[in-house]
Design a protein around this ligand. Structure first.
Ligand SMILES: [Zn+2]
Length: 177
């Protein structure tokens, strides 16, 4: 990403978008650039791969089915969106019977924490076969929520989530004792 941003800055943003008085390492400029570059990149990737799969993989005969687009596509679209939000919501509850099979929020949290585990979106099967499965830290009492509780118990965080030893300019938000 750094390389992409650097190239975009050098060849596009600096001469055509930002005033030359804005230094390239200014945080606001970097945030705007990153948002533009990642969103454009995502759109190009998504639409490009979507077009490839539409033209070369999708069985076009299916479109003739009277209810195909309305019912199946819509149902899958809604399901995928709800599922994707649910594995990012930090609600780690899952029936213990499915704990080892379903890739839920607890599993996916470890994917974000450790990067090389629990790639699955729905199930744990392929992670188990590919040795990237990791039993969720959250289900062992070592997840992010547990870490926050521990810090609060030790008095290192207050209930607003503000670090009590933080004496910088945000000091106004630190609870006075
Ligand atoms: Zn995720």
């Amino acid at each position: 990403m750094d390389l992409v941003l650097n190239v975009a800055d050098y060849y596009f943003f600096t001469p055509y978008v930002y005033p030359s008085s804005w230094p390239e390492d200014q945080p606001l400029r970097q945030i705007i650039s990153l948002m533009v570059v990642t969103n454009l990149g995502t759109a190009i990737l998504y639409l490009g791969l979507g077009a490839l799969s539409y033209f070369f993989i999708f069985v076009h005969k299916l479109k003739q089915h009277p209810q195909f687009l309305e019912v199946l596509y819509l149902a899958l679209y809604v399901f995928v969106n709800i599922w994707t939000v649910s594995i990012h919501d930090g609600d780690y509850r899952i029936p213990s019977l499915f704990e080892n099979v379903i890739n839920g929020s607890a599993h996916h949290t470890d994917h974000h924490l450790f990067f090389d585990h629990n790639y699955g979106q729905y199930f744990t099967l392929w992670d188990r076969l590919g040795s990237s499965y990791r039993y969720p830290s959250a289900l062992m009492g070592k997840g992010p929520h547990d870490h926050i509780k521990k810090l609060m118990t030790e008095g290192k965080l207050n209930s607003n989530g503000v670090n009590r030893h933080n004496n910088n300019n945000n000091g106004a938000h630190v609870k006075k004792e």
